[in-house]
Design a binder for this molecule. Sequence first.
Ligand code: CA
Length: 414
Amino acid sequence: MATGLILAGVAFGPMGCAGPVETSIRPGARPAGGPVSIQPTRNAGFDQWIAGFTARAQNQGIRGETLSRAFAGVTYDEDAIRRDRSQAEFHKAIWEYLDGAVSTARIANGRDALARHQGTLSAIEARYGVPAEVVTAVWGMESAYGAMRGSSDIVSSLSTLAYDGRRGEFFEAQLIAALKILQSGDVAPRSMTGSWAGAMGHTQFMPTSYLDYAVDFRGDGRRDIWSDDPTDALASTANYLAKHGWNRGQPWAVEVVLPQGFDAALTGKETKRRPSDWARLGVRSVSGGSVPDHGQASILIPAGINGPALMIFDNFRVIERYNSADAYVIGVGHLSDRIAGSGPIRGAWPRGERPLALTERKELQERLTLAGFSTGGVDGKIGPDTTAAIRQWQRSVGLAPDGFASAAVLAKLR
Ligand SMILES: [Ca+2]
């Protein structure tokens, strides 16, 4: 380790003087202060940023002693920056994504995990109302049931991204939250590990989510989402979903079959009807009958009118709070169904369709915007705005408005 520029003994506190070492574990119980002592890293710019940051952190209630412990041994995380700057040229079609997310191995491992932790997951389901297989599916998607929790040092990664990343403000807020966690005593600094972007533990909580939703389900006084024992992490996930409005007894979605000539304009999350209303329009459960009335529902066709159709309920929107990508939500939902014993999605994915490359997705957005159908920017991400623009354009040229960003749509726009 380099020596020389040592920040030891420098008081950054709002009081401007060194105070006694704080020992209270109550965050915010006293004004933050105290000396901050941090060894320099090999990156002078990073060191300078840390010095400025520690002053800002103390103004937000982080004590000098906490900062000294948190930054002891911190390094500039080049891996985090490289990953943050990389943007995939090609992205997977949803069926390719689901092949991996809901693979045979992940289903089998999920059933094993559920069986192994049945008692804990049943107790969690009883308290929070979120089915054991849904919590297990999130666990499987986020860390392969605990096998891939990430080994990045959270303070190092978040500091680096806050200093040098594209989204400095976001990561600085996450870093402050991480320091509050350390200050509360739930975990020791170097045991606070996770993904390069700050997601921690079995179900990959960001620090701000941890502060708001993590629970001590084991009752040992610490909210421990990092240890091999997944109990607190799984309960925290159930609490997160419950607090975001999980409806007991409601499925996330039911696969349906649309009748011939179904109006694609009725698909999409904006249109909500009761299952009985959808039944009157000829929408049937894939298993034959009509879908039971679980509440208001929308029809989602994630691969266009020629692919599978899902009747989605409000719980779909609750899973979105974990990750808002449709593919992710369908991955969690479908994995939970498979863990519970259901079969594969029956509708055929249009596997002959070629997913658009980044340059093509951007061109699609440019051409739609030029044609008067705004995609809310040109970033190559097919989100709700782009999907809506495709639908409006399809309607304007007399195509079935399914909103699917296909190579055929781009070809016709050209
Ligand atoms: Ca605990």
